[in-house]
Design a protein around this ligand. Structure first.
Ligand code: GTP
Ligand code: MG
Length: 442
């Protein structure tokens, strides 16, 4: 496979296509997606330059940093007996990797060190590490004994991501030959069907010092502590095998999956933001309607044609969903919803006609307060109209297979009328209260 390979070209295209989707977002969406965008840009650079990323993952103190040092051949990262030593995710170029993606001159292999997966108070870091694993091409999962529950479940979620994982049993110098054999057995059994046996390798990234007894020429003995060299050859070989098999293919598949995931995120965020804005809009118009009906003694609403407030609400909703509609079409939509709702909400909207008569009979705040329930009911009518219109816009200005009647009926069934009306009444009272104060102040 070379750089003009179909899979590579397709992957690059899907990354760029997703980047375009980001560019088409509103400012609010861009703000919320800032991190995703920079990650995706990073992925583009990674793909064009041919940067192969190997992420080192595992519990604290299993020797992840030591392993990177051993692979690179010098102390590039800090190792410490204290758990939780590595706090940041960071990259180091592995010059002696002996692999380069064919056809990409700048191609390099980098190793990525991460904090331990069970770092105390490291929930955020844990998530960052997961993100890093999603971007990486190969995962080294480092353990230093049989796996515990945390390790096993972390490994399982990584195994879902569909990229090569090499399980590294480190600190092998700590075990006797018999213990090693036993550990190999246990791990092979545990990981059967998840990690192929050739991808379970043993290392001693930073073996402990051992005491050598040296026989001197004069027959006396002397002891000396020496640190044996790291033992990571098996891991190097396995890594090269994995990369040489299809390095560019890995890179391409990984980038394409990553872009698809980001693209889904853009789509679902857009839906969420719209949903939120639409619900807010419906609620604030319902409150306006409720308050207007409660305080206005004159019958100003043309019920069957949809009130001015309802029309304005539908227009605002259409705008949120990016749908162009003329006034007359909006009016028609309002009418069709009201007709679909039949008597049920027409009655809610109509209650003000009766109450306005009551209200004009006497004057003063007491009268207005009796109109609060009517206001609540009228607001509820608008609320239902708004919800139905939202459905219509969500489905690309269409009622789908269902027709407005079924949709409105379902919305009525699903809405907790009592609590909506109660909330509206509270809103009305709050507003009246404010008005009273401003009235006495002037
Ligand atoms: N005996 C033995 N000890 C090792 C080996 N590799 C690492 N260690 C020791 O294990 C301890 C932790 O090593 P690190 O490389 O800092 O471990 P880490 O996984 O990076 O730890 P955190 O960054 O804290 O998550 C250190 O004291 C190392 O000397 C090994 O192969 N054998
Ligand atoms: Mg470390």
């Amino acid at each position: 496979m070379s750089a003009d390979d179909r899979r590579y070209v397709d992957a690059l295209q899907s990354v760029r296509h997703t980047l375009d989707r980001f560019r088409g977002c509103s400012d609010q969406e861009k703000e919320l997606l800032r991190r995703d965008l920079s990650q995706l840009q990073n992925m583009e650079t990674k793909l064009t330059s041919g940067r192969v990323e190997i992420v080192v993952f595992g519990e604290i103190s299993t020797g992840k940093s030591a392993l990177i040092n051993a692979l690179v051949g010098k102390a590039v990262t800090q190792v410490d007996i204290q758990g939780g030593w590595t706090k940041e995710i960071w990259h180091v170029a592995w010059e002696g990797a002996g692999y380069r993606i064919p056809g990409l001159a700048d191609s390099e292999v980098v190793l990525i060190d991460t904090p331990g997966i069970n770092e105390v108070g490291g929930a955020d870091r844990g998530e960052m590490a997961q993100d890093t694993a999603r971007q990486a091409d190969v995962i080294l999962f480092v353990i230093d004994s049989d796996m515990n529950e945390t390790e096993y479940s972390a490994l399982m979620s990584l195994a879902n991501v569909n990229k090569p994982i090499i399980v590294v049993l480190n600190k092998i110098d700590q075990y006797s030959p018999r213990e090693r054999e036993r550990l190999e057995e246990i791990l092979n059994e545990r990981l059967a069907g998840i990690i192929p046996p050739e991808s379970i390798v043993e290392t001693a990234a930073q073996p402990k010092e051992v005491e050598y007894i040296i026989q001197q020429a004069d027959g006396t003995e002397r002891s000396e502590w020496r640190t044996p060299p790291p033992k990571v050859e098996d891991l190097k070989l396995r890594l090269l095998e994995v990369l040489e098999e299809d390095g560019l293919g890995l890179l391409a598949l990984n980038a394409a999956m990553y872009a698809a995931d980001k693209s889904d995120r853009v789509a679902s965020l857009k839906v969420k933001i719209r949903e939120h804005r639409a619900n807010q809009t419906i609620w604030s118009f319902a409150v306006v309607k409720a308050t207007a009906v409660a305080v206005n003694p004159a019958p100003v609403f043309d019920v069957l044609g949809g009130s001015a407030v309802d029309i304005a609400m539908l227009r605002a909703l259409a705008h949120i969903y990016g749908i162009e509609m003329t006034w007359s079409n909006i009016e028609k939509l309002a009418t069709s919803i009201l007709q679909a709702a039949g008597w049920t909400i027409t009655a809610e909207l109509g209650t003000h006609a009766l109450s306005s008569v009551v209200k004009t009979l006497t004057l003063g705040w007491g009268t207005v307060l009796t109109a609060v329930p009517q206001g609540g009911a009228a607001g509820y009518g608008s609320y239902i109209v708004g919800k139905a219109a939202k459905y219509y816009f969500e489905h690309g200005a269409s009622w789908g297979d269902e027709g407005p009647k079924t949709v409105v009926k379902r919305i009525l069934e699903e809405t907790d009328k009592k609590s909506v009306v109660q909330d509206l009444k509270e809103e009305i009272q709050k507003k009246l209260h404010l008005n009273r104060h401003s009235g006495s102040g002037s």
